[in-house]
Design a protein around this ligand. Structure first.
Ligand SMILES: [Zn+2]
Length: 355
């Protein structure tokens, strides 16, 4: 985070990736100094992995509690679980461990942040870069807000678990990664026009992540095991970049603003990365870049590329495009201060075959 000329970077202590990485959870947490764990899981991961997690933690002498994350949003679930727990004893040696998808990971980050604990991330789907970033998102009214919580101290990416996630989560992960292509262009633009802090190192890494994912689209589409391995590595790198930059700038630009606007006008119609991918196609065109390259990569992994693919009307796509610049007015992007006119939005969506 940046303040008064200082730039503080918080990074994960340990990242373990690969087939069977989950088995390392207990000893890795031990070596990181933890003795107690609060494990958050939603219904399906609890059913599939609950016994295995219990065995791994018990086998390493942990004192732990497994808490079921219900259907509520990440913030209210974190608060509900916080009330049920007492952290008085050995608080400093306790970690919050999330095993699951985006909502469970966010709930764990929020719980760890509110309770002054460290966080361990064990994703079960390769769908977005929140797996490894310090940002969590939670809805407030009709909108969703992203905010800083804690950087995960330990991240376990078990490829054999991630490889059996439904195809849609793979498509979403690719969408959230191609997004870096336009996010860094928006960031550079804001630096040039507004003098915003810009980190060349983080920006070029983010851009190379997007390029690599586009190159690997065929492998991701054809081999889920290899695909999960490529995706999880890239998503973790992207999340860590947010920690390096001290801002979500290298990973989130106008394409994310479009997705948030779509949430607002169409009520969360698809997965985060699916919406962001469609946003990236359109924002690439505004940046005068090769938007077909983005569209081709998304199509290859069977990610949605049109309004119809995500069951959203043309009108709502246009509306989202016209209000996207109002979502985070302090975040300058290619959409400018005044955004797109209705006519320009319609032309953009039509010319990129989104509508
Ligand atoms: Zn994202």
């Amino acid at each position: 985070m940046r303040s008064k000329g200082k730039h503080v970077i918080n990074l994960p202590r340990r990242i373990i990736l690969g087939d069977g990485a989950l088995e390392e959870l207990g000893c890795c947490m031990r070596e990181s100094g933890f003795e107690n764990a609060v494990v958050l899981m939603s219904k399906t991961p609890l059913k599939l992995l609950g016994d295995r997690i219990r065995r791994i933690l018990a086998g390493n002498g942990f004192s732990f509690k497994v808490m079921l994350v219900g259907d509520g949003d990440s913030f209210s679930e974190a608060k509900r679980i916080e009330k049920m727990l007492s952290f008085k004893k050995k608080r400093e040696k306790t970690a919050v461990v999330s095993v699951g998808g985006g909502r469970v990971i966010d709930a764990g980050k929020i719980l760890a942040w509110r309770s002054g604990l460290e966080f361990v991330s064990v994703p079960t789907v390769p769908s977005h870069d929140g797996i490894a970033s310090p940002l969590a998102s939670a809805p407030k009214g009709k909108r969703r807000y992203s905010f800083y919580t804690v950087m995960p101290s330990v991240i376990i990416g078990d490829v054999s678990i991630l490889a059996v996630a439904p195809d849609r989560y793979f498509a979403s992960g690719v969408g959230d990664l191609v997004a870096k292509y336009t996010a860094v262009r928006d960031w550079r633009l804001s630096h040039l026009l507004r003098g915003e802090y810009y980190g060349e190192y983080a920006a070029s890494l983010a851009e190379s992540i997007a390029e690599r994912i586009m190159k690997c689209a065929d492998i991701i589409a054809g081999d889920k095991f290899e695909g999960a391995s490529i995706l999880i590595e890239a998503l973790i790198h992207a999340g860590v970049l947010i920690g390096i930059a001290g801002s979500s700038r290298p990973c989130s630009g106008s394409e994310h603003l479009f997705s948030h606007a779509l949430d607002l006008v169409a009520g969360y119609p698809a997965l985060h990365g699916e919406q962001v991918g469609i946003g990236t196609i359109m924002m690439s065109k505004l940046h005068n870049c090769d938007w077909m390259k983005i569209r081709d990569a998304l199509s290859t992994v069977r990610a949605p590329v049109t309004a119809k693919d995500i069951n959203v009307s043309e009108k709502k796509i246009i509306e989202a495009l016209t209000i996207a610049h109002t979502i985070r007015p302090e975040r300058y992007t290619i959409l400018g201060d005044r955004g797109l006119t209705r006519k320009a939005a319609e032309e953009l969506a039509k010319s990129t075959m989104v509508i």
